[in-house]
Write a protein that binds this ligand. Structure first.
Ligand code: ADP
Length: 397
């Protein structure tokens, strides 16, 4: 089967066409500036060069039409017609408590996703627009919704409740949900598989360290805790997100800087994290590492603070699971940043393991980076959210 995987944002749309039999990516691309001037589609067929298609995209329906045109184009297309697209898998950010697994999209599901809009006002409406655009252009192709939150729905009450008046949970479903679920699921399953073990027999901690970052504790196949909360702002220090902090900081900053809550929330999401902490050097870890090499003390302090937070979360999940067998690093930083992995590994002595400097010199490749005979296996396991969505789509259709 050929599965079109769609990740739709408010002004962008990422896609991959995946052959589910071979799991090969036939083509991938990105529409940018949808609904604005200068919209552009970057389309790359497998084994071919990137094609840049500049064409107006007043809305997402037009963007999807351009994607279909690119996929079926005589010169740079990879299929003959729309008939060769068997199903569409949509990445949906928030499934609330309604969705603990992927589902085939129908009217009822659309209404239920819409009910979660309050929980993810920036993401879910855009995801829905993507679904509706596909429905318009390919009404007879089955579609599946794969939720970022679903894998974490196995978290017990003690992990998902906040220490807030219970009525807010009752009234608004205000609780911890977690995100990157597709990645945590994929990486924990793959980590066990690489070691020839069943995930159901292992305690696994997955560190998804990308621009957005989260950690999860996967105990015998089930997620029992994760670091993101009601929104992706909680938990680790990220590229531009603050992660955990004293909530009283909000009032303090409002008074000192004369800001309102919306302005402060924007600072916490877009101007904080390693970007803000480093005094604006960069949110990209390559730049921070280069600055540290040049002797920039704040870049060094930023990376140390980042690594310390990750190490503390790992420690708390070892406590939550009463042990750990596998620690897996994934996503942009987790897969590529040798230095940051090593800085986090400095805190692993109590676990009876350490990161081996030679084995750790690896980028984006499945590798065991701890020593033979260590009590805990530390690994790099590249994530592949698109492939995971394609597999889910095939499973359901
Ligand atoms: P997202 O999907 O959240 O946008 P990614 O998982 O793609 O994020 O991670 C992107 C981040 O990974 C970059 O901002 C950068 O900090 C980091 N990164 C990517 N490549 C490298 C590398 N070779 N060395 C260190 N960090 C890297």
């Amino acid at each position: 089967m050929n599965i079109l995987v769609i990740n739709c944002g408010s002004s962008s749309l990422k896609y991959q066409l995946i052959n589910s039999d071979t799991e090969a990516v036939l083509a991938k691309g990105l529409c940018e500036r949808i609904g604005a001037e200068g919209s552009v589609l970057n389309h790359t067929p497998a084994g071919g060069d990137k094609v840049v298609i500049e064409s107006p995209m007043p809305n997402h329906t037009q963007a999807i039409q351009l994607v279909i045109d690119a996929l079926t184009n005589d010169a740079h297309g990879v299929v003959k017609s729309l008939d060769e697209i068997d199903a569409v898998g949509h990445r949906i950010v928030h499934g609330g408590e309604k969705f603990a697994s992927s589902v085939i999209i129908n009217e009822e599901v659309l209404a239920a996703i819409e009910e979660c809009n309050d929980l993810a006002p920036l993401h879910n409406p855009a995801n829905l627009i993507g679904i509706n655009a596909c429905k318009e252009i390919m009404p007879n192709v089955p579609m599946v919704a794969v939720f970022d939150t679903a894998f974490h729905q196995t978290m017990p009450e003690k992990a998902y409740l906040y220490g807030l008046p219970y009525k807010y949970y009752e009234n608004y479903k205000l609780r911890r949900y977690g995100f990157h679920g597709t990645s945590h699921d994929f990486v924990s399953a793959r980590a066990a598989e690489i070691l020839g073990k069943k995930r159901e027999d292992c305690k696994i901690i997955v560190c998804h360290l990308g621009n957005g970052a989260s950690i999860s504790a996967v105990d015998h196949g089930k997620c029992v805790d994760t670091s993101m909360g009601l929104t992706p702002l909680e938990g680790l220090i990220m590229g531009t997100r603050s992660g955990d902090m004293d909530p009283a900081i909000i009032e303090f900053l409002a008074n000192k800087e004369g800001l309102n809550i919306t302005e402060i929330t924007k600072i916490l999401n877009k101007e904080s994290g390693v970007y803000g902490l480093s005094g604006g050097i960069s949110s990209d870890f390559r730049d921070l590492s280069a600055a540290m090499d040049e002797g920039n003390a704040l870049a060094k302090a930023t990376l140390e603070t980042y690594a310390y937070r990750v190490a503390k979360y790992i420690g708390s999940y070892v406590a939550a699971m009463n042990g750990v067998d596998i620690i897996a690093f994934t996503a942009g930083i987790g897969e590529n940043d040798v230095r940051v992995r090593s800085m986090i590994g400095q805190y692993f002595n109590y676990l009876g393991c350490s990161i081996n400097p030679e084995k750790n010199d690896v980028h984006g490749k499945e590798t065991i980076i701890s020593n033979e005979g260590d009590k805990v296996t530390v690994m790099v396991v590249p994530t592949n959210e698109e492939l995971a969505i394609a597999r889910e789509t095939v499973r359901l259709v």
